[in-house]
Design a binder for this molecule. Structure first.
Ligand SMILES: [Cu+2]
Length: 119
């Protein structure tokens, strides 16, 4: 009885180890670099895949800017000289706007871009 229980324990441990080793290596997250300058983002269109994690890395070429994509609940301050990173896992397919949410001068209201999420 005791031996069988031990064997069962060993089998469970082996199965757990096999499961552990079967886990795929965490893929390197894709980084998309976006430069913000008055009053645009470059690029101002990004295409992402649903469910695929991505890091948006922002740099400002002039003044303090914002980045806000309300559909994905992410935002960042973009301070010159300090790259700002936002991690995003798109959970829906479609076309979603993002905007600058820090007043950066005349033209600020038009500053934005588009995130396309494909299946
Ligand atoms: Cu702005």
């Amino acid at each position: 009885m005791k031996r069988r229980a031990l064997l069962r324990g060993a089998a469970a441990a082996l199965a757990a180890a096999a499961g552990f080793w079967a886990l795929p290596a965490r893929p390197q997250e894709k980084v998309i670099k976006i430069t913000a300058r008055r009053f645009t983002y470059l690029p101002n269109q990004v295409t992402l895949k649903k469910g695929e994690p991505v890091v948006l890395e922002f740099a400002s070429a002039d003044v303090v800017m914002g980045f806000s994509a309300p559909d994905f609940n992410v935002r960042a301050d973009i301070v010159p000289g300090q790259p700002a990173r936002v991690r995003l896992v798109p959970d829906k397919v479609g076309t979603f706007p993002y905007i600058c949410d820090i007043f950066c001068g005349d033209g600020h209201e038009q500053m934005g871009g588009t995130i396309h999420v494909v299946a």
